[in-house]
Design a protein around this ligand. Structure first.
Ligand code: CUA
Length: 193
């Protein structure tokens, strides 16, 4: 009879372990589906040796409210280090590093991406309607003695309230502006009050 008792304990453990695994899977699903918190970045390989020819830092306007922002990271700079966007609805970021691993963070927002040499981090950020003014960009990954000086600025100017709304068209319209398949995430401004 001692054996039967052992079997019962086995079943009890199977139930407990299954419940834990189901709980973890459910929390992943909850974060991914309900809260829309997903890995928000593609990583396209790029040859560090040919960055000068194949990667042009700067801001390109692709359409009304639609921008592509190419940023080159290096010890200890972001290029460009001053980005001004008017009425951005959709910002396609492409960020790469010429040397070591850096971390791209727009302080006060949910933009936070690892920048790894040999890859272009690609993601779309849809800034929320209340995003306005100057945002500090920092490096959040220790990259050397000048790490704490690695800063830039993003300024969002609001001139056209129509563009700040949801009136930008359909996803199909947006698709033709870019050949890159991006993962996307909704912008959040952290309430610092
Ligand atoms: Cu770049 Cu820290």
């Amino acid at each position: 009879m001692a054996n039967d008792e052992g079997v019962i304990y086995e079943y009890v453990w199977i139930v407990i372990v299954s419940a834990i695994v189901a709980g973890m899977a459910a929390s992943l699903a909850y974060y991914g589906i309900a809260l829309d918190l997903n890995p928000a970045c593609n990583a396209t390989p790029i040859d560090v040796g040919t960055l000068t020819e194949n990667f042009q830092p700067g801001v390109k306007q692709l359409g009304p409210g639609i921008y592509q922002v190419n940023i080159l990271a290096g010890q200890f700079f972001w290029n460009p280090n001053k980005i001004v966007l008017e009425d951005p609805v959709r910002i396609e970021f492409r960020i790469t590093s010429k040397d070591v691993v850096h971390g791209f963070e727009i302080v006060g927002t949910n933009v936070n991406v690892m920048v790894i040499p040999g890859y272009v981090a690609e993601f779309v950020w849809e800034p929320p309607k209340n995003a306005e003014g100057k945002y500090l960009i920092i490096c959040h990954e220790y990259c050397g003695v000048g790490h704490q000086f690695m800063q830039a600025e993003l300024e969002i100017k609001r001139t056209n309230t129509l563009l700040s709304g949801d009136s930008i068209g359909t996803t199909d319209d947006l698709g033709k502006f870019s050949e890159v398949k991006y993962l996307e995430f909704k912008g959040v401004i952290v309430d610092e009050g």
